[in-house]
Design a protein around this ligand. Structure first.
Ligand SMILES: Cc1ncc(COP(=O)(O)OP(=O)(O)O)c(N)n1
Ligand SMILES: Cc1nc(C(=O)O)sc1CCOP(=O)(O)O
Length: 446
């Protein structure tokens, strides 16, 4: 059975916040999204250019239409814009008994007011008392509680005030604006406080409030407890900020897709590399090209998600010579490669579409054959490596790959080096996919 979540909120034409963020979040959790649009904003990552409020009657009709036919497992409010809309929404949601998450949207990240000044009191008296949970950030919590929040104790006092004085069932005061090294959110529910902590990550923050409250709503719709819903939403939003969508010229938006795209891409990368590895193992005479240090074959997540070694899949323990064949020592795992992971991540800085690489033993004939075949071949000379890079652990390969790309002024298919004292000469074969790498290898060995 698919669960249904309703968002009663404004539209952001930039797709970063508002109902657009809510719907993407609902989808990320596999929940069917329903909408009651309160206001249409002409907005981008830099500014809000216009606001057009929908009539309260039409807002109510949207809510009733979906509740009466489809049903709502949980709902949230976002931008409610004016007193008339707030009163109409409050009167309508009162008729139903779904959990209601209230994101008390007041000001957009760009600084534009999204709630009329004279509507604040109506929000406090009409909507907050119906809330299962209120999700203010620091400035919003200050407006609701009436005092300044400078630290975690103030945040606790504000959450308690919103529950005990304004009548919400629970409140979570978000710590993203508290200026701490960690983002600490304070939940007050059933007379108790709970803290939710996450590292304060750099990234994209437009739409964080909307996406966080939508994630809680989606999880409530799925029948999770409030505490579980908040815990999941915290992980979701941290990931969405970190892997933010770098678009526009202002505050870039949260990437709600990261939540499902990363696990999906991890599976694709694993499966694709696994199939290619089986093909690699069956290549005749390849054992002759296995270096002394072993061979590895890696495939990275798409550029947006490939931040470090853990985002590159490779063969644990490498691939070794085994009689007249080759043999993977272990399974394919993310984080299994060190050298090739650094090589591919560096290559992707310049050519993000090239995500796979394999290393084989250096062979002069193979290099001339590659050149005859029209492959783009480049090299780096380990003896030319600057001392300061040599001194840095793990610096050689990134320097070498950058040097080889700069030398060729083009996208290499192969990069080789002739080794150094104690370092084996090596050829790296690059490709967009593991299959592309194998095709190049097969041509070389034909
Ligand atoms: C239409 C609309 N609704 C809400 C907001 C505010 O969203 P929020 O998630 O708080 O994100 P920021 O604006 O603070 O980035 C909005 N901008 N537009
Ligand atoms: C040890 C080694 N050095 C290489 C080089 O190109 O200099 S390739 C290589 C083998 C692969 O290592 P991993 O499993 O850490 O990716």
């Amino acid at each position: 059975m698919i669960r249904k979540a309703l968002t009663i909120a404004g539209s952001d034409s930039g797709g970063g916040a508002g109902i657009e963020a809510d719907l993407k979040t609902f989808s990320a959790f596999g929940v069917h999204g329903l909408v009651a649009i309160t206001s249409v904003t002409a907005q981008n990552t830099q500014e809000v250019r216009a606001i057009y409020d929908i009539s309260p009657e039409v807002v109510v009709k949207q809510i009733e239409a979906v509740v009466e036919d489809i049903g709502v497992d949980a709902a949230k409010t976002g931008m409610l814009s004016n007193s008339e809309i707030i009163k109409a929404v409050a009167k309508t949601v009162k008729k139903y008994n779904f959990p209601l998450v209230v994101d008390p949207v007041m000001i957009a990240k760009s600084g534009a007011p999204l709630l009329r000044e004279d509507a604040m009191e109506t929000l406090i008296t009409e909507i907050i008392p119906h809330a299962t949970l209120v999700t203010p950030n620091r400035p919003e919590a200050e407006k609701l509680s009436g005092f300044q929040i400078k630290n975690v104790d103030d945040a606790k006092r504000a959450a308690k005030t919103i529950v005990e004085e304004l009548g919400a069932r629970a409140a979570i005061v978000k710590g993203g604006h508290l200026g701490l090294s960690e983002a600490v959110d304070i939940l007050y529910v059933n007379g108790e406080f709970r803290e939710y902590r996450a590292p304060f990550v750099e990234g994209c923050t437009h739409g964080t409030g909307c996406s966080f409250s939508a994630a809680i709503t989606a999880n409530l719709a799925k029948g999770k407890s409030l505490e579980e819903a908040v815990e999941t939403a915290k992980k979701f939003i941290t990931m969405g900020i970190y892997y933010g969508a770098r678009i526009g010229h202002g505050h870039c938006p949260v990437n709600q897709n990261a939540w499902i795209e990363i696990p999906a891409e991890k599976w694709r990368v694993y499966d694709t590399l696994n199939r290619a590895l089986k093909e690699l193992v069956s290549i005749e005479d390849l054992h002759k090209y296995v270096p002394e240090v072993g061979m590895n074959f890696v495939y990275a997540l798409p550029k947006l998600y490939a931040r470090g070694r853990e985002d590159v899949a490779g063969v644990k323990g490498r691939i070794v010579k085994f009689g007249n064949t080759i043999k993977p020592v272990g399974w394919i795992e993310f984080g299994a490669s060190d050298h090739l992971a650094r090589a591919i991540l560096t290559f992707m800085e310049v050519f993000p579409e090239v995500r796979s690489v394999l290393n084989i033993k250096y062979n002069e004939e193979l290099i001339s054959k590659a050149q005859k075949l029209g492959f783009k071949v480049s090299l780096y000379n380990r003896t030319e490596e600057p001392e300061e890079i040599k001194a840095k652990e793990g610096g050689t390969i990134p320097w070498g790959v950058r040097t080889a790309i700069e030398r060729l002024r083009d996208k290499p298919d192969l990069i080789y080096h002739l080794g150094d004292w104690g370092k084996e000469a090596m050829i790296l074969i690059f490709g967009e996919t593991p299959k592309a790498v194998i095709e190049k290898l097969n041509k070389l060995l034909e």
